[in-house]
Design a protein around this ligand. Structure first.
Ligand SMILES: [Zn+2]
Length: 150
């Protein structure tokens, strides 16, 4: 059980250390330092798979990827804070705004998810990141087979 965050646009300075990254995340997300264990992954743009940042060299690799990419929304940080209640509740931070996506109830605080019946950008990011097969029909894998398989 834990709280999950998908954070776009956290500016990680080059040469940043793991402990400094953790401190940046803690202050950006305003999470309580006491009850926490952080798991930091980033979303690779290949199939939206997650790659763990667990030590100095994986962080260095991440920074180099990030450094070469001009778009700040790529390689979003996915942060798992182990301690609280609902793993399907995501806070998605992008462009300075925060939205809460609830995958179980298929709602997002931007209101587009529940209105349109298909995930908004943030919903999609969360679903893709959780590899949630239910949402495949509205992603780029839009085939009859995957739709029927769900
Ligand atoms: Zn939304």
């Amino acid at each position: 059980m834990g709280r999950s965050f998908l954070a776009f646009g956290i500016l990680v300075p080059f040469g940043c250390k793991c402990i400094e990254l953790a401190d940046m995340i803690i202050s950006t997300l305003k999470i309580d330092k006491r009850d926490l264990s952080l798991k930091i992954d980033y979303v690779s743009h290949i199939e939206m798979s997650l790659i763990r940042i667990s030590n100095g060299s994986s962080l260095q690799f991440y920074l180099e990827l990030k450094h070469r990419d001009i778009c700040i929304t790529t390689f979003a940080l996915h942060i798992n804070v182990v301690s609280s209640s609902n793993e399907f509740l995501y806070e998605v931070i992008a462009d300075g705004t925060k939205n809460i996506v609830d995958l179980t109830r298929m709602i997002c605080t931007c209101n587009q998810f529940q209105k349109a019946g298909v995930p908004c950008q943030r919903g999609l990011a969360v679903a893709g990141e959780k590899k949630d097969q239910r949402y495949n029909y509205c992603s780029r894998y839009n085939t009859k087979e995957t739709y029927l398989a769900t």
